[in-house]
Design a protein around this ligand. Structure first.
Ligand SMILES: Cc1cc2nc3c(=O)[nH]c(=O)nc-3n(C[C@H](O)[C@H](O)[C@H](O)COP(=O)(O)O)c2cc1C
Length: 340
């Protein structure tokens, strides 16, 4: 089983690096969001301080390298490069699904803590796996990854388009709530690129999650990935090339839902198709507390540590410049008041 999982992970890496895995016409909506430029920021660029404290770690900027991979030697090299970049620039790092690690605790590619001793590191598991794995397994996964928290991903469409995918979604919310209750680290729930609806966000808030990542549409399309991986999936997946809630809408709607629930402490992560630090600024202004990027860092990470460090550093720099040129000094200033 773990051999099959590893080969699927290897195919995911290859296809998301080389394949046509975007949306057909749907976009993130971020190009329609415009920040009001301030020609007179009235402070020095170096006086902008975007650092935040999240889940026991200091981030130099509210940025997360979203969960991608693990379980193969190539995945290990990608995670190692991202870990070095996360440590150097003090951004968060999500690991890919650790199911393979639960099946074989010697599986390669998840041991990043030595490379990123100070970074926020998050372990990852498919929420649908909670039919098989219990809270103790989640705890073991967090320990094996020496992580600061656990991300559970929801990928209903991705599972449903692939032959043999796991679509047993009944009762998942209760299982998620059980994990939140039993783990003493934060539990975050994310989509994988089709977006969380405001109703999903409200349900997850009621389940006791510490954070939600909308992972909106407009970036990587996981139906397309599965369609490329398996011709039998391709015919079904084709209809989902424009499925989902665009990232800009997902973030704004999630913020509204959380504010309506008086759940302001719950951390909102805005991701899905972000290309650079200006996109990151936009999701932060739309109401996210942290901006996340996955595939945008993948090519650099596959190239190696120097390229990954440069790519993450560029996004950090872009975000800092954008915040400054929008008149902001701290993350608290990044609100819709900065938008045109
Ligand atoms: C190669 C690759 C592997 C991924 N694997 C996972 C995973 O194991 N778990 C998960 O929660 N999300 C996974 N994702 C989804 C990303 O975390 C992210 O939600 C999604 O790709 C949308 O963001 P993006 O447009 O910035 O890529 C993966 C993404 C990529 C590109």
């Amino acid at each position: 089983m773990s051999g099959e999982l590893s080969s699927r992970k290897a195919q995911h890496l290859r296809l998301t690096l080389e394949g046509d895995v975007g949306f057909a016409t749907l976009t993130t909506g971020l190009d329609d969001v415009r920040v009001m430029p301030r020609a007179l920021p009235e402070r020095d660029l170096e006086d902008v301080d975007l650092s935040v404290q999240r889940w026991g770690r200091r981030l130099a900027a509210p940025l997360l390298i979203s969960c991608m991979t693990g379980g193969t030697s190539q995945a290990g090299a990608v995670n190692a490069a991202l870990a070095v970049a996360a440590q150097q620039h003090r951004v968060g790092l999500g690991l890919g699904s650790g199911r393979v690690l639960l099946e074989d605790s010697s599986a390669a590619g998840f041991a990043v803590r030595d490379l990123a001793p100070d970074a926020l590191v998050l372990a990852n598991l498919g929420a649908v796996q909670l039919h098989q794995y219990r809270a103790e397994d989640c705890r073991r996964l967090v320990e094996l990854c020496q992580a600061d928290g656990l991300v559970l991903h929801l990928n209903a469409v991705q599972e449903a388009v692939q032959p043999g995918g796991d679509t047993a979604y009944a009762g998942l919310l209760e299982r998620i709530a059980g994990v939140c209750e039993r783990l003493d680290v934060p539990v975050i729930v994310k989509e994988v690129g089709f977006g969380l609806s405001p109703d999903d966000v409200a349900a997850l808030a009621s389940a006791g999650v510490a954070g939600v990542d909308v992972a909106g549409a407009g970036g990587t399309n996981w139906a397309a990935v599965e369609g490329l991986r398996d011709p039998a999936a391709g015919g079904v997946a084709a209809a989902f090339r424009d499925w989902g809630l665009p990232t800009a809408d997902a973030v704004a709607a999630a913020r509204e839902a959380l504010d309506g629930l008086a759940a302001a402490d719950l951390v909102l992560i805005g991701s899905g198709g972000l290309r650079h630090g200006v996109d990151a600024l936009k999701v932060l202004c739309l109401g996210a507390d942290i901006a996340g990027i996955a595939r945008g860092f993948l090519a650099a990470a596959a190239e190696g540590t120097d390229a990954a460090t440069a790519a993450v550093g560029a996004v950090c720099r872009q975000l800092r410049i954008a915040a400054w040129a929008a008149g902001a000094a701290t993350p608290a200033d990044l609100t819709s008041a900065l938008l045109q």
